[in-house]
Design a protein around this ligand. Structure first.
Ligand code: AMP
Length: 306
């Protein structure tokens, strides 16, 4: 009984904000932008944001404009009660749960039309990674993140390396529009993994138990690329090795490449300078489930397995 009361009281301390006007007292916060269905990866972003001492606002909004037709917008997991508890225990000051109507008052079709007019950073259009597989995705991401920045006026925003191209896109958008969000600093947060190496993702809940072993192919392929880098192999050989591991796990590969970590464009060689930061990036499908992962080639993902 007492435990419940304490929990209830504790929960009351985290604000639940539905309308942007109520965010004004929270301007200068650290923002963690999410689509909900939260897991320990999101919690680590919230904790890292809170450690800087600013109130943390977590936005929970499944943004329709970053999904294309045929993607999983309508079936994207929505777990508000559990999300609320996770945000509370990770130290968030507020969660912001806008409605689609509040975000896009002229409707989603109009918002989609507006999004594709946006001038995106080159890293959102040139690498031919997520941008090639999901052509309107980054337009929707930039649109919603810019709106959230306008509404929250954060001093800091934490994004995960799990979505590495997205992180680079946001960093470039903020750099380019510096005057719009004064002194906003974007922090990159490391990818949190399951104990078997699989990067945590809201979409992992789509995986059947018998698909988990194959899903480990992504982190194993990244670990293989890291091993190739340590052995001074060239990029083509490292990419072949990644493909070999992915094929062994019956993953249908969209891309498995090693790129320059800033532009995400192809690089010639494992030059010593580049070797330290070269980024291995993978997107692959396991039946209907699309998985992405990436890692720095000079890192070391622990689970190597078969
Ligand atoms: P999402 O809810 O998938 O839009 O993700 C919200 C934020 O959480 C993004 O900045 C993601 O990169 C980040 N994120 C998602 N999964 C992870 C993870 N496994 N580790 C660290 N950050 C993550």
């Amino acid at each position: 009984m007492r435990k419940r009361a304490i929990k209830g009281e504790y929960l009351r301390h985290m604000q639940i904000v539905e309308h942007a006007e109520s965010l004004t007292p929270l301007h200068g916060c650290a923002l963690v932008a999410t689509m909900g269905a939260l897991h320990a990866g999101h919690a680590s972003l919230i904790k890292q944001a809170a450690s800087d001492g600013r109130p943390v606002v977590v936005s929970l909004f499944v943004n329709p404009t970053q999904f294309s037709k045929g993607e999983d917008f309508s079936k994207y997991p929505r777990t508000l009660e559990a999300d609320r508890e996770l945000c509370q225990s990770a130290g968030a000051a507020a969660i912001f749960i806008p409605s689609v109507q509040d975000m896009y008052p002229y409707g989603v079709d109009a918002a989609n039309a507006e999004a594709i007019q946006l001038q995106l950073p080159l890293v959102a259009t040139q690498p031919k990674l997520e941008d090639a597989q999901r052509p309107t995705h980054f337009a929707g991401v930039c649109q919603v993140v810019a709106k959230l920045f306008d509404m929250c006026q954060p001093a800091a925003a934490n994004f995960g390396e799990k979505d590495f191209q997205q992180l680079r896109v946001i960093q470039e958008m903020v750099r380019r529009e510096g005057a719009r969000w004064k002194k906003l600093v974007v922090h990159a947060c490391p990818t949190i993994r399951e104990s078997d190496g699989l990067a945590m993702s809201s979409r992992n809940r789509y995986l059947q138990a018998n698909q988990r072993e194959n899903a480990r192919g992504l982190s194993r392929a990244l670990a293989a690329a890291q091993e190739c880098a340590r052995a001074d192999m060239d990029i083509a050989a490292a990419e072949s090795e990644m493909l070999r591991v992915l094929a062994r796990h019956q993953l249908l590969v969209e891309y498995a490449v090693i790129r320059a970590p800033d532009t995400l464009l192809p690089i010639e060689n494992f030059e010593p300078k580049l070797k330290s930061g070269a980024r291995a990036l993978i997107a692959a499908r396991l039946d209907g489930v699309r998985l992405i992962d990436n890692a720095s080639c000079d890192g070391a993902i622990s689970d190597r397995g078969g």
